[in-house]
Design a protein around this ligand. Structure first.
Ligand code: SAH
Length: 230
């Protein structure tokens, strides 16, 4: 176990991401913390499989080239801090907030950030659909949280016009069910980026751009969102 350093370095090089040794060390320390804490508290579904570095650290970093410089970024349903903690470690220019409905997970993210000296991330225990709408982000990310039409309803109301939502999905399949949500929420597909992780897993980033204001009635309450997705 431990950070698969050679694989990480190759990934960074192939993707033109430059990290210094302190940043790489912090990624490693964060990985250790997640594994260690998970054994005690069952923090996430994440198991301690041998390719943890690929599935969680590298996978989190695949969004990095698509996040604008200096962006104010939100991670919806961060769990133990994915993808936002590896992003925060790698992109000190970003100002990051990470939310999750589960308090225990938020405590872990904030504690880790403090212990690792990662000062550009703050985790908050709140449901996405309860976020104040006067506080908007340049970019929102989410991995493994909900189906795309649901995510769009949660994310688009709290993004600045012109800003981006990056959904971490395995394929672009869910776009098929998202045409209405995109239209109603005044947004469009900017692009999709399909890639294969070093272990062969498929990853597809679905990148959505907010074109205009979101009608005020969104997001609806969660039971409606789930029962009748847009
Ligand atoms: N993004 C992390 C965790 C995925 S598990 C990862 O990729 O490893 C999904 C997480 O989303 C859970 O921690 C759950 O508590 C959170 N979640 C689900 N719906 C949410 C909502 N509406 N608002 C905030 N958090 C939510």
């Amino acid at each position: 176990m431990g950070l698969q350093i050679d694989i990480l370095n190759k990934f960074l090089k192939d993707n033109n991401i430059t990290l210094n040794s302190t940043q790489i060390e912090k990624l490693f320390q964060f990985e250790e913390k997640v594994i260690e804490t998970n054994e005690k508290f069952n923090l996430t579904n994440i198991t301690t499989e041998p390719d943890f570095t690929i599935k969680h650290i590298i996978d989190s970093l695949v969004g990095i080239p698509h996040i604008p410089e200096g962006a104010k970024l939100l991670d919806i349903g961060t769990g133990a801090g994915f993808p936002s903690m590896p992003i925060a470690i790698s992109r000190p220019d970003l100002k990051i907030e990470a939310i999750d409905s589960t308090e225990k997970k938020i405590g872990f993210v904030n504690q880790s950030a403090k212990e690792l000296g990662v000062s550009n991330i703050k985790a908050i225990s709140i449901r996405a659909e309860e976020m104040p709408k006067d506080n908007k982000y340049d970019c929102v990310v989410a991995r493994a949280v909900a189906a795309l039409p649901i995510l769009l309803e949660l994310a688009m109301p709290i993004i600045n016009v012109g800003g981006l939502f990056i959904a971490y999905k395995a394929t672009e399949d869910e776009l098929k069910d998202s045409a209405n949500a995109l239209k109603v929420l005044n947004s469009k597909v900017e692009k999709t980026v399909s890639l294969t992780l070093p272990n062969g897993d498929n990853r597809c980033l679905i990148i959505i751009k907010k074109l205009g204001e979101t009608p005020n009635k969104y997001p609806r309450n969660y039971s409606q969102i789930k029962k009748k997705p847009l």
